[in-house]
Structure formats: C-alpha cells, structure tokens
Design a protein around this ligand. Structure first.
Ligand code: HEM
Length: 416
C-alpha cells in the first residue's frame, strides 16, 4: 500500500462500496479529512479522490489510461466490450471524433425537436389516462426519438421492450443478483438486434442515409482503413442510442425538482431560456446519476506528495465533486441561480466527466442532454398542468444508479 495516503483498513471495501453507493468516497473523505485515500475494492488497491484539482489530474492522458480498467461487470452491461470507454491515445481520439461528429449542435437541435413532437403526441394519450409514470413515458419516447434520429428501424410494437433493455443495461452496473443479470441479457438482446441492422445496411438490404448515426457507424473507417467488425459497430451504435434514453433518469429528477422546489418552478413559468439551462445544470449537479469514474495510472508520478504507481486503479468521485463545499456553497441545497456565478471550468462541474470531450474521455453527449432536457422541461412547465398523486418519491443514495421509487406518477394532466 501507499504509505503516504490514508487507507481504509477493511480487508475489502467492495461490499461497502455497494452498500454506501454514491457516498462511499465522500464518507471516507470526511472520515480521513483527506480528499484522497486508498481502499481495497474487488481485491485491488484503489486510490479514491475528489475535487477540481483531482479531476484535472485524472483527465491528463499522460498520467492515466483506460485500458484494463473497466471491470467485466461494467463492460458486459453498460459499455459493451472493448468500446470507446476502454480505448487510449490516437485510436481513442480517432473514434471519439466520430461520436463528436454525430452529436453536433445541429443534431442536438434535431433531437430536441423530435423530443418536443413526441411529448405533444403523448399528451393526447395522457389527457385520457388516469395516471402516467413519467420515467416510463420518457424512456419509451426517447427510444422512439433516438431510433428515428439515428435511422434505426423500430416498430411501434417493439418500443417498450427495446426501451426496457436500454434501461436495464444502465441500471445493472452497480447491482448484484437478478438485476445485474437482467442487464447482461438486455445487452445481448440489443447487440443481436443492432448487429442485424448494421449487417442489413452493409449488404444494402436496408437503405440508410449518409449522416445518420446508423450509416456513419456502419461505414466508419478505423485509422488503418478497415471497417469496424459488426459486433464493434453495434456496440458503438448502442453507445449513441442508450445514453440518450438514459436522459429519462434526469427527466424524472427534473420533475421531482419542480415538485420539491415550487418557487423554482414558478420562476421558470415566466423565465428565460437561460433560467431553464441553469435549472437543468442544477438538476445534473444535485441529483445522483454517475457516481464515479475509473482509470489506471499510466506511468509512475507524484501529485501533492502522493505517489501514484503504474497500474493502480484510481476513482474520481463525480458525485462528490459536484457536492464539494469548496466549489459549491451549501452543496446540498437546490439552487439553480448558483450557475449565474459559475466559472465554466471543465473540472468542477462533472456529471459527464471532466476535461475537453474531444481530447479525452469526457462525455460527448452533454450538449444533447442539455437540449433534450430543455425541450422536456419547457413542455412540463409551460405546456401542461398536472396533479401529483400520493406516491413514494424517495430515492436511495446507496443504489447506483438510483431513481425516485415511483418513477414520478402524474394524474389529471391537461393542456395549459
Ligand atoms: C461517457 C455521463 C448522456 C455518450 C460518459 C461519461 C460520463 C457520462 C460520466 C464518462 C466520462 C469518462 O469516462 O471520463 C453521461 C450522463 C448522461 C450522458 C450523466 C445523461 C443522460 C450521453 C449522451 C450520449 C453519451 C446523450 C450520446 C448520445 C457517451 C459516450 C461516452 C460517454 C460515447 C464515452 C466517451 C469516451 O470514452 O471517450 N458519459 N452521459 N452520453 N458518454 Fe455520456
């Protein structure tokens, strides 16, 4: 072990990590009064750290690599095997450009527009429904939206099953037992499905339009000029589809925030687009989604007198950094106006990771998330009125990922 670091004496913290969830790192940061400490997780020494400076170090590609970091349980549910999340160097940057080229501002607008259209369609159904569950509606709508946008054929009868599989993949990585295995089966089904679609595009059985995510993934050329094999192309196309559906989680938390902080909702009713944006930023800062991100030390280095030995796994606490009291005044208060003073740093507000997405592993989908959320928030605030029936809106910080238990039920929905 690293003598200069406080370390957790437990034989292994894997269970504590699952039990304490989002607060695992923060609890120990408080206990050791140190933003960096060492623990044993899944039989390995792991350095855990949080904060803006820690994020800056973590996103230095000279210091860290991803190869060999993501455990099987994560690759076989959330990411897919050998996907972009596990790549390094030039090969990573080359593949990342493909993702960036699919998630441009104009494509963000297109996705937002489709999202708006689908919420309006849903409203016709909702007006006659006794109650709806927002999370369920959002995951189905976003699955429909993303497939339409990407050029992936999807029959109406398939929507719910495909949506459930995307959600299962996302909700499996931090779980043990049935929920975890459900995620693995969901991934297998999705990969079979998307491999078939890619094959059909490559053989000309299915027409695909240049510029769509489907076409660009199917015909993407690696630096050596070869195409991705069908499996890899499917994994990476799923890496575009699934996380857009993941916005269902933030949408549910946004609705919860509208309910929990009524005065903020009232401000939005007459507010500007900037107010909407600040509210969404605060939802992404305040509520738990991505807990932490992992990488391996690439070469020995020393930082703040701590030694980082080649091959050591390091966790950067995203949730903890977003609640770091040195960065956020009263971090456990929901206050969108705090973003009026935000300095825009690439390392202090990191629900999607840190750094420049084109140069490292930060999420390329932050712009899409913002635009899809904005379209949705406008709809929830300005287009409809609704009641919130009695339900269990609690969410647990010791499950990763988490969600309000009821999924946010709404009733008596009517147009404004
Ligand atoms: C990576 C969060 C939405 C595509 C990531 C990472 C985080 C994250 C934390 C890892 C950063 C790292 O490894 O250092 C989120 C959250 C989202 C979201 C909270 C909200 C729903 C999206 C969307 C897309 C997307 C909408 C695309 C359509 C990706 C891809 C990566 C990634 C491809 C891998 C990037 C790489 O390894 O270079 N995301 N994301 N995400 N995200 Fe997102």
């Amino acid at each position: 072990t690293n003598q200069s670091l406080p370390h957790d004496d437990s034989l292994d913290n894997s269970l504590a990590l699952l039990r304490e969830g989002y607060l695992f790192i923060e609890n120990r940061v408080k206990r050791y009064e140190s933003d960096i400490f060492e623990a044993r997780v899944l039989g390995k020494n792991v350095i855990c750290m949080r904060g803006e400076e820690a994020a800056e170090v973590f996103y230095d590609p000279e210091k860290f690599q991803r190869k060999g970091t993501a455990p099987k349980r994560v690759q076989e549910t959330l990411f897919g095997k050998n996907a972009i999340q596990t790549m390094d160097g030039e090969a990573h940057l080359h593949r990342k450009l493909l993702f960036m080229s699919l998630l441009t501002p104009s494509n963000q607008q297109q996705l937002a527009k489709l999202t708006r259209v689908h919420w309006e369609c849903a409203l016709e159904r909702w007006e006659n429904a006794e109650r709806i569950v927002l999370f369920e509606e959002a995951k189905n709508i976003l699955t429909n939206v993303v497939c339409q946008w990407a050029g992936v054929p999807l029959a109406d009868s398939e929507i719910t099953d495909r949506a459930n599989d995307f959600i299962s993949m996302i909700y499996a990585f931090g779980k043990v037992g049935p929920e975890h295995w459900q995620g693995r089966r969901a991934r297998n089904r999705a990969e079979v499905w998307i491999r078939g679609v890619i094959d059909n595009v490559r053989t000309g059985k299915l027409q695909s339009e240049k510029g769509t995510a489907l076409y660009e993934m199917a015909f993407f050329k690696q630096p050596d000029g070869t195409q991705l094999d069908t499996q890899m192309a499917a994994v990476e196309l799923i890496n575009v589809l699934r996380p857009i559906v993941a916005n269902a989680t933030f949408i549910t938390f946004a609705a919860l925030a509208l309910y929990q902080y009524r005065d903020e909702k009232e401000k939005l009713e007459t507010g500007t687009s900037d107010d909407m944006e600040r509210f969404i930023h605060e939802v992404r800062r305040f509520y738990p989604f991505g807990p932490f991100v992992g990488a391996k030390v690439r070469n020995d280095f020393t930082w703040n007198n701590f030694q980082f030995k080649k091959g050591t796994v390091v966790f950067l606490d995203m949730y903890g950094t977003n609640h770091d009291p040195r960065l956020w005044e009263k971090p456990n208060e929901f206050k969108p106006s705090r973003f009026k003073d935000w300095n825009g740093s690439l390392y202090n507000f990191i629900p999607h990771g840190g750094g420049d997405p084109a140069k490292g592993h930060r999420c390329p989908g932050e712009g899409v998330t913002l635009e899809v959320m904005k379209a949705t928030l406008e709809f929830l605030v300005k287009r409809i009125n609704y009641d919130i029936p009695n339900q269990d809106l609690n969410y647990s910080l010791d499950e990763m990922p988490t969600l309000p238990k009821s999924g946010f039920e709404m009733s008596n929905i009517r147009r404004r």
